[in-house]
Design a protein around this ligand. Structure first.
Ligand code: SPQ
Length: 438
């Protein structure tokens, strides 16, 4: 990295190309999904929840700010939190609009919590959040009895909600989404009766694990989840494992930069999130996984990755939810694999922080990748020598990090616009990149 060039909104980060090696070990920052949920569960439980290794990324800070506005006392010292919960009933009407920033998880899960509260709240986020669909949570929450309205009938932000007495429903999820599932679980905890949720595919199960960790009950049979209303949760200590979605950038960097050997420490190994490890192994990556003996309620371990000879593969079906956020960096990996990689069944990528099918394909094409978009994914032909150029994160943290790693294997420098988006999930990203080059 050679600092920023240019000025104002045209500022661009120059990233050094043609790296000779990456070596060393990194302690990966806390998992974003688990960090959000630790604040939410701490807020609705009774007593003082302590959280260690919390991710101080912009998204998780938005969650803290929102719950403070809902009357919850939260103390933060860097990566340590103390949350003073008074149960669902302890939440109070916010005096101002709740601002979720760039965070889809914050708004969708919070709507599920607010659905059971008999007060008014208005929510909004940034321009990316304004484009992301909210009907997927608004529709079932309205069916349970919440009043929700907003732009385009409550389908988009700004969105308003007045919660109240909820009735349990049986709901078949129309898309594979942990956010919709979790939102309904939070509403279900406050409803009359037992709410049943049927998933299309297994998605990340951090909410289910955390209910049990906080002393609650949730039943799971295959893809059917049942949650009883009227449960009260008790405060607990939460140790957040490292985020495998953040580790993914260094897993791929280690595999594609020559002469590399990297150890990633205390990475979350929840099987609903480890699709990237399975796919990398299938593509021929040299990975070793050392699982920790006691993972608490979320398993974790260390991962060693070395420069590897890679081959193309097909990624589809139930694998997709297990690596949905890693697809941008897997696309880069595929440019360095011999043969063709096909990614299918991933149309959900179109409604993330950006349309991640289009942004990945457009930005990697600028660097010379042979990649094309399809209706539900992309096709990548390798192995390709990437060239330098000017690219943009388009305000999407995962695209920014993917392009920064791509720069390392380009034969000319890369200039990255909107690199600040990376702070959403990995504020230490550039320090960690530098550490591996020292
Ligand atoms: O929170 P946000 O903005 O939706 O973040 C993303 C990401 O890339 O960090 C998605 F854009 O992760 C989601 C993930 O894609 C986090 C998440 C969760 O914590 O429950 C679930 C997934 O989203 P979804 O829509 O499949 O439920």
């Amino acid at each position: 990295m050679n600092g920023r060039i240019g000025s104002g909104f045209l500022e661009s980060l120059k990233i050094q190309a043609n790296l000779k090696r990456l070596q060393g070990s990194l302690r990966i920052p806390g998992d974003k999904s688990i960090s959000h949920r630790s604040v939410m569960f701490g807020a609705i439980a009774h007593g003082v929840t302590t959280v260690s290794n919390f991710l101080p990324g912009d998204d998780c800070l938005s969650t803290i700010a929102c719950f403070r506005q809902l009357g919850v006392k939260i103390e933060r010292n860097q990566k340590e939190l103390r949350i003073y919960g008074n149960g669902f009933a302890g939440l109070t009407e916010p005096g101002e609009m709740l601002d979720v920033g760039n965070s889809g998880t914050t708004i969708r899960l919070m709507l599920g919590i607010l659905a059971g509260r008999d007060f008014f709240a208005a929510l909004q986020g940034d321009s990316s959040i304004a484009r992301r669909p909210m009907t997927r949570v608004a529709k079932p929450l309205k069916e349970m009895g919440a009043f929700i309205d907003g732009r385009k009938g409550g389908g988009y932000t700004p969105i308003v909600i007045r919660g109240g007495h909820l009735k349990a429903i049986n709901y078949q999820l129309p898309v594979a989404s942990a956010q919709v599932k979790s939102s309904l679980i939070f509403a279900g905890l406050q409803a009359n009766g037992t709410t049943t949720i049927i998933e299309t595919e297994q998605t990340r199960d951090h909410t289910e694990r955390m209910i049990r960790h906080f002393g609650g009950e949730i039943e799971k049979r295959g893809t059917v989840i049942a949650v009883k209303g009227g449960q009260e949760l008790e405060a607990r200590d939460v140790q957040v494992p490292g985020d495998i979605s953040s580790a993914a950038f260094f897993l791929v960097a280690g595999a594609i930069v020559p002469n590399s050997e990297i150890i990633l420490e205390r990475v979350g190994l929840n099987p609903t999130r480890t699709g990237i490890l399975d796919v990398m192994k299938k593509m021929g990556a040299q990975l070793e996984i050392f699982e920790a003996e006691d993972g608490g309620f979320e398993p974790y371990g260390d991962i060693l990755v070395k420069t590897s000879e890679l081959k193309g593969t097909v990624i589809e079906g139930e694998m997709i939810p297990r690596l949905i956020d890693e697809i941008p960096i897997i696309a880069l990996l595929a440019t360095q694999a011999e043969g063709t990689t096909i990614i299918k069944d991933a149309q959900e990528l179109k409604v993330k922080e950006t349309n991640r099918i289009d942004t990945v394909v457009n930005e990697l094409s600028k660097l010379g990748a042979k990649i094309q978009a399809t209706e539900d994914g992309m096709i990548i032909h390798g192995k390709t020598q990437l060239s330098g150029g000017r690219v943009s994160s388009h305000g999407d943290h995962r695209i920014g990090m993917m392009l920064s790693i791509a720069a390392f294997i380009c034969d000319g420098d890369v200039f990255l616009d909107k690199s600040e988006a990376i702070d959403v999930s990995y504020p230490e990203f550039f320090d960690h990149l530098k550490k591996l080059q020292d």
